[in-house]
Design a protein around this ligand. Structure first.
Ligand code: SF4
Length: 122
């Protein structure tokens, strides 16, 4: 069964796996625990930061701008106009959804195959 929601607390309770989507494409996938405890993709990080946590001071990531028109074909990563970590190459090269180990996949130039953040795109 596929359950679609923006409520990450509910998603965590009922899901065996989570796929985070942006503009109709999966940008991160993995177990609920892994994705929600330590998101790798910048969009996943922004979503997780928006979940209220009692007793904790909010460090919410506010994304700038609006989602682009889904019918307009953007070059590069679809998230690059709003990504706080975008590199120049992100506007040219589409990141592939890549296995990063432990049953996780991420589509971001900043994350290498070991699930580690790298500083630049070759
Ligand atoms: S590929 Fe670039 S623009 Fe896309 S999420 Fe990763 S860092 Fe941000």
């Amino acid at each position: 069964m596929i359950f679609i929601s923006h409520d990450l607390r509910v998603v965590r309770q009922i899901s065996d796996r989570i796929a985070v989507m942006y503009l109709g494409s999966i940008v991160e996938e993995g177990s609920p625990d892994a994705v929600l405890r330590a998101p790798l993709h910048p969009y996943s990080k922004a979503l997780v930061s928006a979940v209220p946590r009692p007793g904790r001071r909010s460090e919410r990531t506010i994304l700038q701008g609006d989602p682009p028109n889904p019918s307009a074909r953007l070059a590069g990563c679809a998230f690059h106009p709003r990504c706080p970590a975008a590199l120049p190459a992100c506007a040219r090269i589409v990141p592939e959804l890549t296995s990063v180990g432990a049953g996780r996949r991420v589509a971001c130039h900043l994350i290498n195959r070991d699930g580690l953040q790298v500083g630049s795109v070759a």
